[in-house]
Design a protein around this ligand. Structure first.
Ligand code: AMP
Ligand code: ZN
Length: 468
């Protein structure tokens, strides 16, 4: 396989990737905050991390991948003001924070699996690693990086000269004041909480004792403490959304390098861009979100969303529209249809003919995971006249180890559709009635079908049906 180049945010350029430990890559990805359902924009970081992991494995490397679960400490405002998202959701729903966390952790795991992400080797929960976080804060205190105010124990960024190295922000001239970012007594605007005290008179659902008082860990601390616990004092790759560069990842570096006295703590930082919808980031706070089940309800296969993801480079913003999704669903279905024919093909495989397309596919991925270019090679191979069907399938099966589109097992949608001429006729009759705006007739047919236990899915390619 060609030399693997990855864009390292730390260097702001593509660099040749070399694991610290020969043959073994240790990588960490910031995981979900499990206070509500993860939407399809939230899935993009994990699709990206999974593509990276599969590319590394394809290159013959062993990968240990850790993704954390944030189930405590993530505030509604990154500047350490505001409330804990878990506690807010618990209050709003009248449920226990633990119960919500368990439900949304499962939803996240299930949806990641449905879009073909391999399960990480560990998914540690912040709430189960509080002693490790306290220990790290204690070390930072011992080494003179912290100060205590009414609100909690804070990291003093002026004690860490490399603070702006990752973000490249100009901190000069940003003065501290009596009340910065809603917190009384912070010395510098970028100072952040390592430990927050539970507010006086307020009983939180999640709180612990610490050497500084009862409370809970700051959000950034969990990623430092858990990545080090699971991957070692230095490791290869840390991933996350671009929004993490100026605050969360910058603070993780300050804590980890400050506590361990290492540099660089993480060799390669990789960040993916957002999924946009209607001109802005798809986001819970903006309310413009789709969850994977919404797509499934429209008749879209979860893996068609992965196919959609592969059509853009991870460092590009990707725009989600119903049309783009429908086009991806059609593309995926066609590819699956071709794969289905090819995988039955018998015949000889001339290994020498596989080399050229194989290396073009590898080159695309090795150029900082250029998935759109790799997909172009996939289509050239799938339709190639120069290769025999058996050769085409050999390559597609190999490529799919990286793409994760399940080409070895997937069935085209047409083949999944049950066949029953009487039901087909009723469904077609309802479609025709709808097209003619004969709503009463359309409803009559829908009710008659429902009475027989037939479920209808009105999708971009017309109405499909299945039995309950
Ligand atoms: P949230 O739970 O909304 O704070 O999102 C958690 C993380 O998921 C964010 O910090 C981003 O890195 C990522 N994320 C959220 N929305 C999107 C999006 N629309 N596209 C890509 N990544 C996103
Ligand atoms: Zn993190």
């Amino acid at each position: 396989m060609s030399e693997l180049l990855v864009y390292n945010t730390r260097a702001r350029r593509k660099e040749r990737f070399e694991p610290l430990e020969p043959g073994h890559v240790r990588m960490y990805s910031c995981g979900p905050t499990v206070y509500s359902a993860q939407h399809i924009g939230n899935l993009r970081p994990y699709l990206f991390a999974d593509l990276l992991r599969r590319t590394l494995e394809h290159a013959g490397l062993r990968v240990t991948h850790v993704i954390n679960i944030t189930d405590v400490g993530h505030l509604t405002d990154d500047a350490d003001a505001g409330e804990d998202k878990m506690e807010v959701a618990a209050k709003r729903t009248g449920r226990r924070a633990e119960e919500l966390a368990a439900e949304y952790e499962q939803q996240w795991k299930r949806d990641c699996a449905r879009v073909g992400c391999l399960p990480p080797h560990a998914t540690p929960r912040a709430s189960e690693h509080v002693p490790a976080q306290i220990e790290m804060a204690r070390r930072l205190e011992e080494r003179g990086f912290t100060y205590r105010i009414e609100d909690g124990l804070y990291f003093d960024v002026s004690k860490f000269p490399r603070y702006a190295e990752l973000s490249r922000l100009d901190l000069a001239g940003q003065q501290g004041g009596a009340r910065i970012g809603g917190v009384e007594g912070k010395r510098n605007p970028q100072d952040f909480a390592l430990w927050k005290f539970a507010a006086p008179g307020v009983k939180r659902q999640q709180e612990w004792d610490s050497p500084w008082g009862r409370g809970f860990p700051g959000w950034h601390l969990e990623c430092s403490a858990m990545s080090i616990q699971y991957l070692g004092q230095t490791f290869d790759i840390h991933t996350g959304g671009v929004d993490h560069i100026p605050v969360h990842h910058t603070n993780e570096i300050a804590q980890s390098e400050g506590a361990l006295d290492v540099h660089p703590w993480v060799n390669v930082w990789m960040h993916e861009e957002f999924l946009d919808f209607r001109g802005e980031k798809m986001s819970k706070s903006k309310g413009n979100v789709y969850v994977l089940d919404d797509l499934v309800a429209q008749g879209v296969e979860p893996l068609a969303y992965r196919y959609f993801f592969l059509q853009a480079h991870y460092r590009q913003q990707q725009t989600f529209t119903d049309e783009a999704l429908a086009a991806a669903a059609t593309g995926y279905d066609r590819l699956v249809g071709l794969a289905c024919e090819l995988r039955r093909a018998q015949g000889d495989v001339d290994a020498s003919r596989l080399e050229e397309p194989r290396s073009r596919f590898a080159e695309a991925l090795c150029d900082d995971l250029n998935a759109p270019r790799a997909m172009a090679v996939v289509w050239q191979v799938a339709r190639s006249d120069a290769l025999s069907p058996a050769e085409r399938w050999t390559l597609l099966a190999e490529f799919d180890a990286v793409l994760g589109l399940d080409l070895a097992n997937a069935e085209p949608r047409a083949a999944q559709q049950e066949s029953d001429p009487r039901i087909d006729a009723m469904v077609a009759g309802r479609d025709a009635a709808r097209a003619a705006k004969e709503w009463a007739e359309a409803d009559r047919l829908r009710d008659a079908l429902a009475a027989e236990g037939i479920l209808l899915e009105d999708g971009p390619e017309g109405t499909r049906w299945r039995r309950e």
